[in-house]
Design a protein around this ligand. Sequence first.
Ligand SMILES: Nc1ncnc2c1ncn2[C@@H]1O[C@H](COP(=O)(O)OP(=O)(O)O)[C@@H](O)[C@H]1O
Ligand SMILES: [Mg+2]
Length: 228
Amino acid sequence: MSECLLEIRGVHKAFQKGNEHINVLTGADLQIQRGDALSIVGASGAGKSTLLHIMGTLDMPDQGEVFYEEKNLCAMSSPALADFRNQHLGFVFQFHHLLPEFSALENVMMPALIRRMSRQEAQDKASAILHEVGLGERLTHKPGELSGGEQQRVALARALILNPPLLLADEVTGNLDQKTGDEIHKLLVDLNEQKGITIVVVTHNSALASSMQRQIVLQEGLLVEVGA
Ligand SMILES: Nc1ncnc2c1ncn2[C@@H]1O[C@H](COP(=O)(O)OP(=O)(O)O)[C@@H](O)[C@H]1O
Ligand SMILES: [Mg+2]
């Protein structure tokens, strides 16, 4: 039997920009089961990043709720949410946000060090994950010495070092050429199939989107599942 990992219920979100009031989410509902591989597509500006931020507690809905394993995240304090994110979520963004002055290995170690893991253990884990994403030969390279695809692999390794059950990926292939993007996408699918990590992938690429087990379209503030 499948088990609901993350649920959003009746989520509304609006932004005020000058005189303009933008209704981005207007009652979005979604249940994500543990082990799901799910894509979210929608026009530019439709609210995909807003939705992902709310799913990942980086932003709060104006109305509605977000549950993780039936725990209401909207009722938690900021420090509790920071802990929650650290333990349960991995994020990868379109821009990798790696620290330019640190090596690939050090960038990946960072979340583990923040979690007060010993330096040796953090280093061992970071090295193992970088090998898994195909960067075993690039441990001491700094972000500026890596290709775009390699930088995204480092960002992915950093998101994975604490073994999050849920990975949220926002247009991670958006800046890459097609072949490199496909490779990163394949890596995400492998993580889902081989490690059982639940993945939510926002993408512009309809071929990538339709290769996922579940496909969601964000349109006029609502989520519609297609091809179910
Ligand atoms: N912090 C913000 N302040 C004002 N408007 C915002 C903010 N964040 C997003 N928006 C607006 O909300 C809409 C949805 O943005 P976003 O979620 O980034 O869309 P997508 O990721 O689908 O391209 C856009 O019109 C954007 O300009
Ligand atoms: Mg976006």
